[in-house]
Design a protein around this ligand. Structure first.
Ligand code: E4P
Length: 217
């Protein structure tokens, strides 16, 4: 499973990238707002750092506007994936932009039917939002499984990009189901390394080591 980082915080992206943990980046209008930076400037910096796909989202509501914004965002770098919402107009824009050979990430997906339409429209990535479904007591992970089954039934090449990931468990569950990509905030990726038994075990080893009075260096 590829790891994308869901942030526009370049310092956090750099830190994870130094460990080889970053295959791509996703941003959205809220994350750009949170960064406090200009969309072109921050997205360009991310694209220069990460060779993989970097999603930048359109904000127009009509297909024509999304296509125009998508083409503009694509000028930032060759590795831009244009993000459009899963509306009827978003699907139209996806069809046009993917037909031009551009990477398109169809976002705000909350049902298997929406994912089916995105694949038919030529999406490079479909972004089902796990956490936001869980927030309203629906099963976000089941949606990933349903889309996996449907895409595999028909050999759709659209990559399942598990999004709105809120916990380390979401990462392993998405990987077990076979999501192609998971995008997560930096703190979730770091949390994957934590286990209380690791901490406890380390504490015990260090205590016993101290009692020997030895030194390695
Ligand atoms: C995905 O591309 C979105 O940017 C993101 O995963 C949304 O996550 P949230 O529901 O935690 O805001």
């Amino acid at each position: 499973m590829k790891f994308f980082v869901d942030t526009a915080d370049t310092k956090a992206i750099r830190e994870l990238n130094e460990l080889g943990m970053v295959d791509g980046v996703t941003t959205n209008p809220s994350l750009i707002a949170k960064s406090g930076r200009d969309i072109r400037e921050v997205t360009k910096e991310i694209c220069e750092m990460i060779p993989g796909p970097v999603s930048a989202e359109t904000v127009a509501l009509d297909a024509e506007g999304m296509v125009a914004e998508g083409r503009e965002l694509a000028k930032i770098a060759d590795n831009i994936a244009i993000k459009v919402p899963l509306t009827w107009d978003g699907l139209k824009a996806c069809k046009v932009l993917s037909g031009e050979g551009r990477m398109v990430n169809v976002t705000l997906c909350f049902s298997a039917n929406q994912a089916l339409l995105a694949a038919k429209a030529g999406a490079t990535f479909i972004s089902p939002f796990i956490g936001r479904l869980d927030d309203i007591n629906l099963d976000g992970m089941q949606l990933i499984a349903d889309i996996r089954q449907i895409y595999d039934n028909y050999g759709f090449q659209t990559q399942i990009l598990a999004a709105s990931i809120r916990s380390a468990n979401h990462m392993s569950e998405a990987a077990k189901i076979g999501a192609d990509v998971a995008t997560a905030p930096p703190n979730v990726i770091k949390a994957m390394a934590s286990h209380p038994l690791t901490d406890k075990g380390l504490e015990g080893f260090l205590k016993d080591w101290a009692a020997t009075g030895q030194k390695i260096l």
